[in-house]
Every structure is written in C-alpha cells, then in structure tokens.
Design a protein around this ligand. Structure first.
Ligand code: ASP
Length: 324
C-alpha cells in the first residue's frame, strides 16, 4: 500500500538565519505547521490528494507572512494580483488563474476552473467574472493589506526597482531595477510563493501552487505559478510544485522536466528532482521544488539559500525546515 504523504513550501530564496529573529522564525514555522496539518487531516481520514493540497494551500494563503492570498505583495499600482494552479494527477486535469484580485483563496478558484469549465487557465477580468458566477468568497482590499508588504512597495518605488520576496535588497544579490528592458541579460527575480504536493492512501497524486508574484510588478507580469508544466505538474507517477525565479522555471518547464526525467530516463524521484534543479542552475534560475511520487516518497530540492518547507508521511516522518 502506498504511503500517504504531503509536502509543502512557503517560497525559496535568500533566507538567511542571520536575518531572522527568533520570533519571526517561530511565526514562519507556525504557518508551515498549520499548512501541513490542514493537508494531513484530509489524508489521515482517507481523503484525496487533491483535497489535501487544496486545504494545505488555503491555509498557507491565509497566513499573512507568505506571498500568496492574504500577505500577497503589492503591484506598482498598490494592488494585489494573484496567480494559482492545481493539478490532479489521477485524472490529468488542471485549473489555473492569473492576476485575480480580492479572491480570498485563489487556489479554490483554480480548482473551480478545473472542475467547472472546459479550460485550464482563466486570467484577469474574465477570471473575476467566473469567480462572481461561482460565488467564491472575496475580501476587501484591507484584508490583503499587510504593513510589511506596503513598506516593501514604498521602498521599491523610492529606489525605482522591482522588489523580490525572500531576497536581499541589493542589486548585486539579484534584484533587478526599474525597467526589465534595461537589462537584457537577466529578468526580475520574484521569490516567495506557497505550494503543496500529496500522495493519498490510494497512490493518487496532486499538486497546487499559489503566489502574489513580486512587489512593484508591472505590465501584467505573470510567472510560472499558474502555468501547468512550469510551476505545477502532476500525473500518475509524480506531483511537483515549484517556487523561485519564475521566468526560468518557465524557460526550463521545470515541473514537467522533473516528471519527464522519471518517465523517459527511468530515474527515481530523488534523482529526477536533483537533475531538474541542476538543470535550473544551468540555465541560471534560482529556487526550488517539492515533489512526491506514487509510493509516497518525498523530495525537497533547491539551489537557493533557503526554502520554507515541510513534509509528513504515514510512515511517521515529519519535518519543518527553512535554511540550507
Ligand atoms: N515563482 C513565482 C513567480 O515567479 C514566485 C515565487 O515562487 O516566489 O511568480
């Protein structure tokens, strides 16, 4: 019988012990623990992997320190535009939304796209209309407002740069200033997102990812998170959720890259995860991924300095970690 297992992440990037206070670390660990519990509760009762990843991501979206749902970063215009996707490996169905606003839990809307439409990805105004029709819970702007995100935006505007989450605020360490077009050698680096992957007791797999993108983002920028195959993927053998510099996950089609390495090269989960992250490094991308296979094995791989992460299995393994 497969092991039931769930893994979650709360973003990858320059997360240094030296920049963390004990109180803040406790808060982050509490947020991860709540997300893990929300998903595990479902698996433990024999529920589906799909329900488990949705519940885990909802909990992480509700936690104000992560850059998704409540706590999402601000765009240049001082708004929150959120992206999310979910995939059910047992049916190979997926749903996703891009730049939606005021939706309490974008991952729920992504699931409705999967279950109630013939489409995979809905964006912007159309996605908002769909949300209205579905009667999905919305919240006023104040719900999404967090002071630390607002201050990040003011800093970013004052310095004329696009501010990254979980990244040090110096250009040398990866923040790209004002116009993307001014720098053809690189992209802006948004880091910080939430995700979950799960294997249920029947060996069914699912993956879900949700993000607010990056502070001071402009031009309707959308990253890898709502793109099936780039930020999220699940089939009968593996479920993957990515976090990090989205442009590179798009170019490397990273979530599917991992799945393809298992399928076509016959690699194990951990070999495929490590090769997929090596490939990301080769193309100069930064971040990480969480993955689970149909036997309930888990892999958490990243090439950044840290990744908020955790997992739990019916075999009794459980862990929450932040740094390298
Ligand atoms: N990958 C997300 C994006 O590029 C951000 C993140 O993972 O933090 O929008």
């Amino acid at each position: 019988m497969p092991k039931a297992a769930i893994a979650i992440h709360g973003g990858a990037g320059t997360i240094l012990r030296s920049q963390m206070t004990p109180d803040l670390e406790r808060e982050y660990r509490g947020g991860l623990d709540a997300g893990l519990k929300a998903g595990w509760l479902i698996l433990e009762r024999g529920g589906s992997a799909l329900d488990a990843v949705e519940a885990a991501v909802c909990s992480l979206e509700d936690f104000p320190l992560f850059n998704a749902g409540r706590g999402s970063v601000f765009t240049h215009e001082g708004k929150q535009e959120m992206d999310a996707s979910i995939m059910d490996g047992s049916t190979l169905k997926a749903g996703a939304v891009a730049f939606v606003r005021n939706i309490r839990n974008p991952i729920r809307l992504a699931r409705l796209v999967m279950e109630r439409t013939e489409h995979v990805l809905l964006a912007g105004e159309g996605a908002q209309h769909f949300a209205e029709q579905m009667g999905i819970p919305t919240e006023p702007d104040e719900y999404f407002f967090t002071e630390h995100r607002w201050l990040q935006l003011q800093d970013a505007i004052a310095e004329g740069r696009i501010q990254l989450d979980h990244a040090s605020a110096t250009p040398e360490e990866g923040i790209v200033g004002t116009a993307l077009a001014e720098r053809s050698d690189t992209f802006a680096k948004p880091l910080g997102t939430v995700g979950a992957v799960a294997c249920d007791s029947r060996g069914r797999l699912a993956a879900a990812t949700s993000t607010g993108g990056m502070t001071n983002k402009k031009f309707g920028r959308v990253g890898d998170t709502p793109l099936i195959g780039a930020g999220t993927y699940a089939d009968e053998s593996v479920a993957v959720s990515c976090t990090g510099h989205g442009e590179y996950f798009m170019l490397g089609v990273s979530a599917y890259d991992l799945a393809a390495r298992m399928k076509y090269k016959g690699l194990s989960l951990s070999e495929a995860a490590s090769e997929a992250v090596d490939r990301l490094s080769e193309i100069k991308g930064e971040g990480g991924l969480i993955a689970v296979d149909s036997a309930g094995n888990i892999s958490l791989e990243f090439n950044s300095e840290g990744m908020y992460r955790g997992y739990k299995t019916s075999g009794g393994d459980q862990t929450i970690a932040i740094y390298m």
